[in-house]
Design a protein around this ligand. Sequence first.
Ligand SMILES: NC(=O)c1ccc[n+]([C@@H]2O[C@H](COP(=O)([O-])OP(=O)(O)OC[C@H]3O[C@@H](n4cnc5c(N)ncnc54)[C@H](O)[C@@H]3O)[C@@H](O)[C@H]2O)c1
Length: 303
Amino acid sequence: MTYLVTGATGNLARQLIERLLSDGHRVVGLDLRAPADHAGVEFIQVDITDTDAMETAVQRARPDVVLHMASLLSSSSEADPSRAWSVNADASVALLESCRRVGVSRFFYPSTGATYGGPLPDTLPEDFPQWPQNVYGVTKVAVERAGAYYAARHGLDFRSLRLPMVISRYAPAAAVSAYASHAFAAASRGEHFVFPVDPSVGISTIYVRDVVDGVFTLLAADPDRLTRRVYNVHGFAATAEAMATEIARQHPGFSYEFAPDPAVMTVLGPLPSVHVDDSARRDWGWNPRYDLARTTSDMLTQE
Ligand SMILES: NC(=O)c1ccc[n+]([C@@H]2O[C@H](COP(=O)([O-])OP(=O)(O)OC[C@H]3O[C@@H](n4cnc5c(N)ncnc54)[C@H](O)[C@@H]3O)[C@@H](O)[C@H]2O)c1
């Protein structure tokens, strides 16, 4: 099959692409930034806000499936809200429209827990009202709704996961939650690490290998079994203190401190530690494999 992947140079996309290439698929990747190595990928350097260039890329690729991973993240969106709207929302709708025109059969979109807004309960029900507190969340909930519209109105098979904080070796600095991923890298390099949060901050978390499995399991699911377009997924709950303690247990000598940054705490402090994901478990067998201990051991051996 042919997959078109936007944001192909990014953290999650490159790990999805690794899986696609090893499974023998054709991959067309789009991004603003060229990857260091794009062996096996037909890479097109493009700004997705250039709708003509995007349309040409979609026409040229004729994909069966689109993974739409390109986005500004939370900090960069807050720094430039109109650019965030144009990249995250307008370009996504333009892409949905191109996909409808060429008859793409399935469209994957990574949404986020940031589509919910405070005050939030510590265990977040799936259908809790979505009133995002930052522009990133506003753009992401807009695309959830646009995707559901394209599914209902045009039969485009839009499927989405609302991801919590993802632990990944390539976590981008622009994500306010990237500190958790960076803690593992610092431990591996023998560097002192400063957690920018209170030790008690515990956010719903997921390991990137479970994200990759989740995306492809959702995409492969029988459409008749799906009861919604957007599913919550949750890997494990762990406070910053539990994370630091586990890293130190597996990597003795890990040196760290907590120096809460008020700007980071404003965003992350109120977030739930559990996202209820019963629908994903029931409808398509979501069953994450990585808890904190397994995530830690995998992250420490990758560096
Ligand atoms: N990492 C997480 O914790 C997390 C959590 C929830 C949702 N998500 C979502 O997953 C997706 C991927 O996140 P990531 O962690 O890989 O981020 P990332 O920043 O590593 O990847 C995004 C990619 O999009 C590209 N991009 C940005 N603007 C572009 C434009 N105008 N044209 C073309 N390319 C552009 C960037 O160059 C980058 O390579 C995003 O949609 C994000 O909102 C991530």
